[in-house]
Design a protein around this ligand. Structure first.
Ligand code: NAG
Ligand code: NAG
Ligand code: NAG
Ligand code: NAG
Ligand code: NAG
Ligand code: NAG
Ligand code: NAG
Ligand code: NAG
Length: 679
């Protein structure tokens, strides 16, 4: 008895010293919050991942993996005498299968006499037993299985259960995986193969020989009611010292068994695991998306796609809106080329508000160039044919080089499909015809009119003779004469008619110009020459002087043609009666007489009878006297008709009845012909 007491005292002393140092009892109690640096005894497939995760199986078929605490635990002895003492284990595990509803075999918490367990044909034996030793009492093995497969041979209840195994894979007690809620007492199913870490507690009471197994999700504290509470007398099972650890086995389905953390204690509750320190599971399958992403991503994607569509739409619209036609040969004209975008923006998108007028060739818009702040007029000429475009552009560009104070400066051009845009200097006072015929505009006094006539003559002379090429205007009329800020007349639209001449079948030549301004021979042949310009200029001079349109505005109208009307007055020496009544007689009679005579001379039906523009300017400036024109008794219109009906020879053979043109005139005419022939 005394010896016994002494031994007890000694043991107590040891226990006290041990608890002081902690290390002595280390064999009976340990905690692994992750297995980094742990000296586990591993075999089979088992490994410890670099992050401390214990990998019992890595998916290889029909193999096992074991992991044991390196030193055996003394389970018998102490206060319980020879009986197995109370012990407690807690661990966090996770089973990840390739499939969410299927897994193979399973894993178990094992108490065994040795770390060397059978790995032969592990499969349904979970790497613990084999077909020969299953059920043998001398196995001395106790296990808590996490079985994910229904093996009828072991009378498994289902493929998702916890079982208490003693020496046999046929459980002594089992329960579907899950837990009883502390508050409600309701059982909640848990799926072992949910890929989620879950915690299991194994508690053995050595005094009552009751084994409790409890499980819960990681974020749920240990439930009060255990899943299994089985009366198991481990004293007749386990050896004095035993190894504790885990075993897992895989089957056909690729499955991984993990243990994240583990604590164990003899005669006490297993130390709680610090879930925050547990290693992370490897990511499986597609990266899980956060709720925020789940909501934001579709919206962001939709927005992005929408933005893309809008951008594409805007881009296409922009491309269409600003589309141009550009050809290789235009490169040399580069500096004169405007981009359509530039013009579009300058004219505020060709708004009607910007419309200056609609001419014979198209609409004219006012604009301001963004870059230079220069005021411009943009003429949109519709032109479908590509024919002659190159020649025309070449001419436009060469015209762009024309600089004369009585010409509207052409700044450049732009081409679009079926359309040509010409860019001119903006003329602030608009076109002359408004001042002549619009009652709301102030009346131009004689001085201004004469100045305009002289200006236009000077501009036309420049086109005909002073420029390196002969440029025929083709459409001289009051509405094509624009007035700048100082009321100077400037010729606009020159050369444009040519665009419609080019490439046209000579058989179907259509005359371009304006009725009333067309020289008879132009109507007949369709061929524009400098002298046909002179004819139109003559009509223009009369128009400005008389303030009447060339056709159909003379009342009472037996004389409908301005030309004939003036000619008739001239024959009666009453030419001044034709001067615009709106001037109220306030004009220089000599100048007016000169203008009327000049107009008649220029608009003579016979081309040879017309002066050149150089002569015209000389007459206007008083540098040369006007030759006297003998009055014709046939009206101009009659003469023209005769000429057009093949009376040319007749008319020509009686020059004296028509004109007193002196010989220098003939020389000039031939010079003109020479010029036009040279083009
Ligand atoms: C599984 O573990 C075994 C043993 O360590 C190893 O040979 C094998 O390559 C591993 N397989 C995979 C897929 O990691
Ligand atoms: C690990 O455990 C084995 C077996 O108990 C032992 O031989 C070895 O010395 C231990 N190693 C370390 C580093 O503790
Ligand atoms: C399971 O997944 C692994 C990789 O995650 C893959 O290599 C294997 O082929 C899969 N097996 C099956 C049966 O789907
Ligand atoms: C079963 O396991 C025991 C103990 O590990 C071993 O002795 C026996 O040979 C195994 N049987 C087979 C068929 O592998
Ligand atoms: C497993 O549990 C079910 C239901 O509780 C029971 O019917 C069955 O007998 C149990 N099996 C074993 C081997 O204990
Ligand atoms: C729990 O799982 C078992 C087996 O799959 C099933 O029979 C039972 O109805 C489930 N209980 C609940 C509450 O889902
Ligand atoms: C096992 O569970 C029962 C209740 O089912 C409880 O009374 C007992 O104390 C538990 N034993 C241990 C060791 O937790
Ligand atoms: C447990 O088994 C041991 C040995 O087999 C026996 O001595 C003990 O009385 C048993 N305890 C209970 C509570 O049955």
């Amino acid at each position: 008895m005394g010896n016994h007491r002494l031994l007890l005292l000694l043991l107590l002393l040891l226990a006290v010293v041990g608890s002081d140092h902690g290390r002595v009892l280390a064999a009976d109690e340990f905690t692994y919050n992750g297995f980094g640096g742990a000296n586990l005894t591993l075999d089979g497939m088992a490994t410890v991942a670099p992050n401390g995760l214990l990998v019992l199986s890595n998916g290889t078929n029909q193999m096992a993996g074991h992991a044991f605490h390196p030193t055996p635990i003394r389970l018998r002895g102490g206060a319980g005498g020879g009986a197995v003492q109370s012990f407690s284990a807690a661990f966090v595990f996770a089973i990840v299968s390739n499939f969410t509803v299927l897994s193979d075999n399973g894993m178990a918490f094992v108490v065994a006499p040795s770390t060397r367990l059978s790995t032969f044909n592990a499969g349904q034996y979970l790497g613990i037993l084999n077909v020969t030793d299953n059920g043998n009492a001398d196995n001395n093995i106790f296990a808590v299985e996490l079985d994910t497969m229904l093996n009828p041979e072991f009378q498994d209840m289902n493929s998702n259960h916890i079982g208490v195994d003693v020496n046999s894979m046929k459980s002594v007690q089992n329960h579907s995986a899950g837990y009883y809620d502390d508050a409600t007492g309701v059982f909640t199913n848990l799926s072992l193969i949910s890929r989620q870490p879950m915690q299991v507690w194994v508690d053995y009471d050595g005094a009552t020989t009751v084994l409790n197994v409890t499980m819960a999700p990681l974020d749920v504290p240990k439930p009060k009611k255990p899943l299994i509470s089985a009366p198991v007398n481990l004293s007749s099972v386990v050896t004095d010292t035993a190894y504790v650890g885990f075993s897992a086995a895989t089957g056909v389905i690729y499955t991984r068994h993990y243990v994240l953390g583990w604590s164990f204690s003899v005669n006490g509750a297993a130390p709680p695991l610090d879930t925050s320190r547990l290693p992370a599971l490897p990511r499986f399958g597609p990266k899980p998306r956060s709720k925020v992403l789940e909501i934001v991503l579709p919206i962001a994607t939709a927005t992005f796609v929408l933005a893309l569509v809008i951008a594409a739409f805007l881009f296409v619209r922009r491309r269409v809106r600003y589309a141009e036609v550009r050809e290789d040969w235009e490169v040399e004209f580069g500096p004169h080329r405007f981009s359509y975008k530039e013009l579009y923006q300058a004219t505020k998108g060709f708004k009607n508000k910007q419309l200056l007028g609609t001419g014979g060739f198209g609409r004219v818009y006012k604009g301001v160039l963004a870059k230079s702040n220069l005021e411009i007029a943009v003429k949109r000429v519709s032109h479908d044919s590509k024919q002659g475009m190159k020649e025309f552009i070449a001419e436009v560009v060469s015209i762009g080089h024309l600089r004369h104070r009585n010409l509207v400066q052409l700044l450049g051009y732009c081409r679009r499909k079926g359309e040509l845009l010409l860019v001119y200097d903006y003329m602030s006072n608009g076109s002359l015809d408004k001042y002549l015929y619009d009652k709301t505009k102030p009346v131009l006094d004689w001085g201004q009119r004469f100045q305009i006539i002289k200006g236009v003559a000077s501009g036309l002379l420049y086109l005909h003779e002073d420029w390196e090429q002969v440029v025929i205007h083709r459409d001289i009329k009051a509405s094509n004469v624009l007035l700048d800020g100082e009321m100077n007349g400037r010729l606009g639209d020159f050369g444009l008619a040519r665009l419609y001449d080019h490439g046209v079948d000579p058989q179907t030549t259509h005359v371009v110009g304006t009725m009333g301004y067309l020289a008879p021979e132009l109507v007949r042949t369709g061929k524009a020459t400098p002298v046909t310009d002179v004819f139109a200029f003559g009509v223009f001079v009369l128009e400005v002087t008389c303030g009447r349109r060339p056709l159909g505005c003379i009342a009472p109208d037996d004389q409908n043609v301005l030309l004939d009307w003036v000619q008739e007055h001239e024959r009666r020496h009453a030419a001044l009666d034709t001067v615009d009544a709106r001037l109220c007689g306030k004009y220089d009679a000599d100048e007016a007489r000169l203008a009327l005579k000049l107009g008649l001379m220029c608009a003579h039906p016979l081309p040879d009878a017309r002066p050149t523009m150089r002569q015209v300017t000389q007459y206007l400036d008083g540098d040369a006297p006007m030759p006297e024109v003998a009055p014709t008794f046939v009206s101009y219109t009659m003469l023209a008709l005769m000429q057009n009906d093949g009376f040319d020879s007749f008319a020509m053979s009686f020059p004296s009845t028509v004109t007193t043109t002196a010989s220098p005139m003939s020389a000039d005419v031939s010079a003109v012909s020479g010029l036009s022939g040279g083009r």
